[in-house]
Ligand binder design. Structure first.
Ligand code: PRP
Length: 181
């Protein structure tokens, strides 16, 4: 796909994959000998999950939760709706919630509550992109693993969409709204 829909590339494919490899090594070390389950939120995080799971060297499982907060536009709707629950048993297991981006943090809060309801033994959070809004978001939301901090701009690519498009871009960039129309 042409990158002409982007006005700026924030993270190249090479940088993303390098950082995902580091996160995979860190999680492999931290969870050695434990019963790790990655729980990912559809749909944007699927691309991140597919690289992260292969960067983790220890045996583990993964599962999906459906949650939607943005609808079709660029602004948060302010509510998170659970559209699909996990299908495997999380009780007594060590859960890492995998998210592509933390914006308002509402999705992470909802997922953390959901994993707690399923009586996970432990719950940690791994987010590829944390939006800086002048506040320490990972402290705010208890995020243990952070890929990158990015400015408070609307980004697409590597799973992130605008109106369900551009998820297939290999990099993360700022959409040029004029050429995206
Ligand atoms: C996006 C993104 C995160 C969430 C982050 O999902 O993939 O899951 O918003 O926003 P928050 O921190 O403000 O809650 P979206 O609802 O757009 O669904 P999608 O993954 O299917 O694109």
């Amino acid at each position: 796909m042409s990158l002409s829909v982007l006005k700026e590339i924030l993270l190249t494919e090479e940088r993303i994959l390098g950082r995902v490899a580091e996160l995979g090594e860190e999680i492999s070390r931290d969870y050695a000998g434990r019963d790790l389950v990655l729980v990912t939120v559809l749909k944007g995080s699927v691309v991140f999950l597919s690289d992260l799971t292969r960067a983790i060297a220890i045996p583990h499982s993964f599962d999906f939760v459906g949650a939607s907060s943005y609808g079709a536009g660029a602004e948060s709707a302010g509510k998170v709706r659970i559209t699909h629950d996990v299908s495997i048993d999380l009780a007594g297991r060590d859960v890492v919630l995998v998210e592509d981006i933390c914006d308002t943090g509402r999705t992470l809060e909802t997922l953390t509550n959901l994993a707690a309801l399923h009586r996970a033994r432990s719950i940690e959070i791994c987010v590829l992109l944390v939006k800086d809004r002048g506040r320490p978001r990972e402290k705010e939301h208890g995020i243990r693993y952070v890929g990158f901090h990015i400015p408070d701009v609307f980004v697409v690519g590597y799973g992130l969409d605008y109106g369900e498009r551009y998820r297939n871009l290999r990099c993360v960039g700022v959409l040029d709204m004029e050429s995206a129309r």
